[in-house]
Ligand binder design. Structure first.
Ligand code: NAD
Ligand code: UDP
Length: 329
């Protein structure tokens, strides 16, 4: 009788916001999880509850340096995701995306591991196609303040496609649209964490520009579900999917198609905290800030039988609760 061994899974960026949720989910499914992180934006607090589990290992390591090990699956998440963090050291951001991806693809090629990489809606830039479909090539500034992130992520996608063509690496990409939830960094400058922390502190709510720009907000649990389902897909099925849709590598958008203006988000946040004395203030719009963003998730629905389950009001309430219990005095 054969015994089924637990899957060995590497999660880079595992101490970050999304990585910590992913590690928790994979452990709950019985996997042995190695979380690799340099703690640039991640924190031990995010993975504190996991460290007691003997199936969990934390490795302090920078993905720009090669890493060796035998894994069944690699989830590559390492990369700062919020503009203030990825713009702090833009050259390092490019290196993390590009060298980190090369190191993980080399590891997958040399050991036969399956690799899922977290790409982003930012590869569409300030999109001229709305909502954004996977076949859209994007509208990206190569020399702006967001370029280190956007172009790094675009090269990472190119590397995935080339390693798949040249070496047959079993790779798949998720293009993640704005995702939020507990374990977000309270000072990451992203709109949901900013508004929640500001409203909890009775501080001004800072809308950049006139607040008419839109975003679509996906709750973290919905994304993790899509990622796990995508990782489970056999290579042959993904090859057929690429063929059917004329894609150079398996890729799906994951996001919640609900589209809100930033002003609506500020009002929703205040409505959930009726005792807050915060008032809305307007500040200048940062450079290259996309005007509209909304995913077309037709391909994810088809391939994964998936669509988001958590509405914005419900996810926002859980997230505000996390910030209140974890950070407010
Ligand atoms: P995060 O900043 O919370 O997590 C990133 C993690 O990567 C952190 O733990 C950080 O310490 C680690 N890291 C950064 N540079 C590293 C390096 N050189 N070596 C090792 N570890 C490193 O961000 P997140 O929101 O959890 O994002 C995770 C992934 O998802 C990122 O690749 C991001 O680009 C992608 N993504 C996220 C969103 C979102 O809305 N949250 C949207 C699109 C794409
Ligand atoms: N934003 C805002 N106030 C803030 C933080 C962000 O108005 O305090 C705006 C920002 O200019 C952008 C949107 O909210 O238009 C989403 O910003 P975020 O940094 O969360 O994500 P991204 O721009 O990368 O989608």
């Amino acid at each position: 009788m054969s015994v089924r061994l637990p899957k060995k899974i590497l999660v880079t960026g595992g101490a970050g916001f999304l990585g910590s949720h992913l590690c928790r989910r994979l452990l709950a499914e019985g996997a042995e999880v190695t979380c690799l992180d340099n703690l640039f934006t991640g924190s031990k607090r995010n993975i504190g509850a996991l460290t007691a589990n003997p199936a969990f290992t934390f490795v302090l390591h920078d993905v720009t340096q090669p890493y060796r090990g035998q894994f069944d699956e690699i989830y590559n998440l390492a990369c700062p995701a919020s503009p203030i963090h990825y713009q702090k050291n833009p050259v390092e951001t490019v290196k993390t995306s590009v060298l980190g991806m090369i190191n993980m693809l080399d590891l997958a090629r040399d050991t036969g591991a399956r690799l899922l990489h977290t790409s982003t809606s930012e590869i569409y830039g300030d999109p001229l196609v709305h909502p954004q479909v996977e076949s859209y090539w994007g509208n990206v500034n190569t020399i702006g303040i967001r370029s280190c992130y956007d172009e790094g992520k675009r090269v990472a996608e190119t590397l995935a496609a080339d390693y798949r063509r040249a070496y047959g690496v079993d790779v798949r990409l998720v293009r993640i649209f704005n995702t939020y939830g507990p374990n977000m960094h309270p000072q990451d400058g992203r709109v949901i964490s900013n508004f929640a922390m500001q409203a909890l502190a009775n501080a001004p709510i800072t809308i950049y520009g006139d607040g008419s720009q839109t975003r679509s907000f996906q709750y973290c649990d919905d994304l993790i579900e899509a990622m796990v389902r995508l990782m489970a897909k056999p290579k042959a099925e993904l090859d057929a999917f690429c063929e059917r849709h004329g894609l150079g590598t398996p890729v799906v958008n994951t996001g919640n198609p609900g589209e809100y203006t930033i002003r609506e988000l500020a009002e929703k946040t205040l409505a959930l905290l009726p005792d807050s004395t915060s008032r809305i203030v307007y500040a200048p719009l940062p450079g290259d800030d996309p005007k509209r963003r909304k995913p077309d998730i037709t391909l994810a629905k088809e391939l994964l039988g998936w669509e988001p389950q958590v509405p914005l009001d419900e996810g926002l309430a859980k997230t505000i609760d996390y910030f209140r219990t974890t950070f407010s005095k």
